[in-house]
Design a protein around this ligand. Structure first.
Ligand SMILES: Cc1ncc(C[n+]2csc(CCOP(=O)(O)OP(=O)(O)O)c2C)c(N)n1
Ligand SMILES: [Mg+2]
Length: 546
């Protein structure tokens, strides 16, 4: 077998159903020959985002794989891999490499050299017989430890060479690590002793599928729960103990409870400093449970820490906490939930005029509110984009089922959301998959709406078009006044139609819900839909301090 065919066969054994890619890479043809569906995008970055979502919405049970050509393909892919690295997403990237006699000669782009800092594992295969070894290493790394991209660069001449018969491949195992039992006892004691604990859940809970344990711990401790953007949907936000998710904009109840907490317990989170995550107030007792010791004592000082898989960690903690409480809850639930409910009522009263506004151009909050109340939330996967749409949707969207919100933002590349929605739809074809984005974001990756049409990936794209980079108005006042530097133009509903999709431009508040219903119906028929809502240049966010 040729090396490219061996790679395809190994992907099959690893359970890969889709190879997302952009030519030329011999693995694309080899994958098709092996009956792996090949999906071709319009630019590499979007394909990587699709692979990324595939891994995210399957908790890493299925790993997204992307292949591209040496030179321009590898150069143009950098953003997609860097975004996955920033947000800790496990994907396998298989770039072609220059032929061996030119492989590491300037100015030829070396993936192995250049991707070192945005992958957890990168290698070059220079002998065809070592393809199975390289793939075993890559899949073992991507399935274990902290999720992050891995890369195997295979020179084009190696791809064409024969791998001698007798090669073998066994799918890489997924191994779990449990925390130190002694440390678990100390942390359980601290959790029980805390008067006003808050639980902060990250995406480690998603990858470990530890949703039930998270809920059990919260109910046992009668403690409120929030999440990072990446962890959003790990805890039902309609639960009486939910404070909503963290992010750049947050709820009033989250701000209040974090400010008044005596202990914050982070589970499956990095606590990394970021503009797109709620900051931990100073002077709190922080307990940090996470998979990667790299994050312990990095951006925040942890008074106590546990290293291990989130499910095993929560299982161990539940046992210890139950022993301590001896089946007797402390009776805090009514007071805690009443306090959350009172603050939530105040907060919603403050935002209701924006969420139900009848004004034109449309309030982006009204569009989001109507979307939330028109779709079947439990069976919808939604993702935001960089810019105002993220900060407008994330505090108000209340997921009720795990993995129904793809949150992101350790780095925030405009245009990421489209590929995420498409990758989610590939993995979960029965769910409505939605990306909510602004007109700056669509400028980056909008061409790949054509991919959704051509590859029959019927997503719903919700565009908040305010003909502007509204979020930049404040910092570009002079450039805007003198040169109109924040202005953008375009008719994206027409663009969607030109690509063969469903497109509608919506300008009146009463048309929002009917348009959403029509678009959802179109996706059910197999046609991707783009709803272009003409919105105001809103820059009001639920931020604390304002
Ligand atoms: C690739 C990339 N470049 C630059 C930015 C910085 N940035 C964040 S939001 C934004 C403008 C957002 O405009 P739009 O999507 O139209 O949303 P609006 O604020 O108008 O609602 C820019 C330039 C980014 N996030 N990603
Ligand atoms: Mg805009």
């Amino acid at each position: 077998m040729k090396a490219a065919a061996v790679v395809a066969e190994i992907l099959k054994r690893e359970g890969v159903k889709f190879l997302i890619g952009y030519p030329v890479n011999q693995i694309i043809e080899a994958a098709a020959e092996a009956d792996i569906r090949t999906i071709i995008v319009r630019q590499e970055r979007v394909g990587l985002h699709m692979a990324d979502a595939l891994s995210r919405v399957t908790s890493g049970d299925r790993i997204g794989v992307f292949a591209m050509q040496h030179g321009p393909g590898t150069e143009n892919s950098f953003g997609g891999v860097a975004q996955a690295f920033g947000d800790s997403v496990p994907i396998v990237v298989i770039p072609g490499g220059y032929p061996r006699h030119l492989l590491n000669i300037t100015p030829n782009f070396s993936s192995w050299l250049n991707y070192q800092h945005v992958t957890k594992w990168a290698e070059q295969v220079i002998m065809p017989q070592h393809v199975p070894d390289a793939m075993r290493r890559a899949f073992t790394q991507v399935k274990n430890g902290r999720p992050r991209p891995v890369l195997v660069e295979i020179p084009v001449d190696v791809m064409r060479e024969e791998v001698p018969d007798g090669w073998t491949y066994t799918p890489a195992p997924r191994l779990r690590v449990a925390p130190d039992p002694k440390a678990v006892i100390e942390v359980a004691a601290a959790l029980v002793a805390a008067e006003r604990p808050v639980i902060y859940a990250g995406q480690g809970v998603h990858y470990a599928k530890a949703w039930t344990q998270l809920r059990e711990l919260a109910e046992l401790l009668e403690a409120p729960v929030t999440t990072s953007l990446q962890g959003k949907s790990a805890f039902p936000e309609t639960h009486a103990l939910s404070l909503g998710s963290g992010g750049r904009s947050i709820s009033k109840q989250l701000h209040h409870f974090l400010t008044n907490a005596d202990l914050i317990f982070g589970i499956g989170c990095s606590f990394a400093s970021t503009n797109y995550g709620v900051a931990m107030p100073k002077g709190k007792k922080l307990v940090h449970a996470t998979l990667d010791p790299l994050d312990i004592n990095k951006d925040v000082r942890a008074e106590m820490a546990l290293v291990g898989d989130a499910a095993l960690t929560l299982d161990a903690l539940l046992g210890e906490v139950r022993d301590r409480l001896k089946g007797k809850p402390r009776g805090r639930m009514p007071a805690v939930t009443a306090e959350i409910s009172r603050l939530k009522t105040e907060w919603m009263a403050q935002w209701m005029p924006r969420l139900t506004a009848k004004s034109t151009p449309l309030s982006p909050y009204r569009v989001i509110w109507d979307l939330l109340h028109t779709v079947d939330v439990a069976n919808t996967i939604v993702t935001h984009d960089a810019g105002s749409p993220r900060d407008q949707i994330s505090p108000f969207w209340e997921p009720i089922a795990p993995l129904t919100y793809i949150g992101w933002g350790k780095t925030t590349q405009l245009g990421y959301g489209l590929g995420l929605a498409m990758g989610a739809k590939l993995a979960q074809p029965d769910k409505l998959c939605v990306n909510v984005w602004g007109d700056a974001a669509i400028g980056f990756t909008g061409m790949d709406f054509e991919t959704a049409v051509r590859e029959r990936i019927p997503i719903l794209s919700v565009l908040l078009n305010n003909f502007s980079m509204a979020i930049e108005l404040k910092v570009m006042a002079t450039a805007t006044e003198k040169y109109r530097s924040t202005d953008i133009s375009g008719n994206y509903a027409d663009m969607a139609k030109a690509f063969g999709g469903w497109g509608e431009r919506v300008t009146a508040p009463d048309d929002i819900v009917p348009a959403i219903k029509r678009a959802v119906a179109k996706t059910r028929e197999g046609t991707p839909a783009l709803l272009e809502f003409i919105t105001e240049k809103a820059v009001d966010f639920s931020m604390y301090p304002a």
